[in-house]
Design a protein around this ligand. Sequence first.
Ligand code: 4AD
Ligand code: MG
Length: 462
Amino acid sequence: KRTKILDLIASESYVFQQVNVSGWVRTRRGNKHISFIALNDGSTIKNLQIVVDTATFGEEFLKPITTGACINVTGQLVVSEGKGQTVELQASEIEIYGSADVEAYPLQKKGHSLEFLREIAHLRPRTNTFSAVLRIRHAMAFAIHNYFNEKGFFYLHTPIITGSDAEGAGAMFQVTTLDLNNVPKTVDGKVDYENDFFGKSTNLTVSGQLEGELGALALGSIYTFGPTFRAENSNTPRHLAEFWMIEPEVAFSDIQDNMDLAEDFLKSLIRYALEHCADDLEFLNTMWDKELLDRLKFVVENDFVRLPYSEGIDILMKSNEKFDFPVSWGVDLQSEHERYLVEKHFKKPVILTDYPKDIKAFYMKQNDDGKTVRAMDVLFPRIGEIIGGSQREENYDKLLQRITELNIPMKDLWWYLETRKFGTAPHAGFGLGFERLLLFVTGMGNIRDVIPFPRTPKNAEF
Ligand code: 4AD
Ligand code: MG
């Protein structure tokens, strides 16, 4: 029966026992007498050293055991006298599941660039870096469910195919079964979706928030955690066309409560990573980003700065920094502005609030000044915006007025408005981009490297 390498290394109870392991060969070195195989099974960043008596197995048998091959080994686990490991396995039986031709296998001993690894996304989970990232990704997903479960939030599954545009940004992927070369058109030249699968125009969701609000206004506190899709043509290290978002929504909650929740949530996730992903974080810290662990600890230990957008704009306008995009009251902040505030001015995460209503979505609660809304963006070092959220407009008339001003078709949102008509309540929520969180926690520099199969413009190969 197979034992995972993680367990073999963690517990002394396996020492001097017969054990069986399976895994992929990272390297094999040695001579006529003895051979050392570094074996990895994905359960941990650590390899298990397999000691092989060359004469017993024969050089011919051992030949296909090269980098990338998959083998199963039985033997005795012993205390290692070599450097770099506490235990090693003395092989008595080896089965070769699959060889990997040295000439053809793209992953060799030497380090590969992240750009090259993106081209072989089907094999990159077998590298130390990606296996570490994917284990951390799993741990963070688990910690998110754990966090909300302990706080009494219910996990709400919101639809992936919808008829509405939650953010009103129009960057949507259309879903249709119509033959686009031969679609019936109506009088004014528009496509007639009555013949389409759903009898109306549909798209992949950009956010589960609107349905999330329906849940919160019945269950009190909910969260969503699912894939979201945006057809914005932004080829940046921080944008994906398909990304995962976590969206808590809370009834009887205002923007202050919302900020408290966002800060506590982020800190507790990072704390969880520090406690449960130590080996992987250590590896990433050594390999890619020497300040990673210090940065994570700093964020956990310090209060986030909270300030209104207007004050943020004042700081940016008074700074001597040369920005690519000029700043004035009313502009949407670019990541260079966000990072200036976080990295150079405050040197701490910042929650910016009360943005101009014209650069934010229709559903945000309007302030009395008539110009701003109760929005909050959490800005992080190296990332810029990691969370976007707000208190929601709960007043029926004000919400309807805003929807009308923005020319949003009422036929798409009648059900949303009914929550304000029947038993409306103050409520608030936010969206955390899962991959932005992972960029921060892993220290990776490009969002394509924290998701197994990135979807970006002109890229859906794997
Ligand atoms: O600020 P956004 O657009 O807010 C919403 O979608 C709200 N409905 C959330 C809510 O209040 N429930 O997106 C939220 C977060 C951003 O802060 C960012 O972290 C992430 O989602 N995000 C992206 N991540 C990767 N690629 C993209 N193209 C992203 N767009 C947004
Ligand atoms: Mg946003």
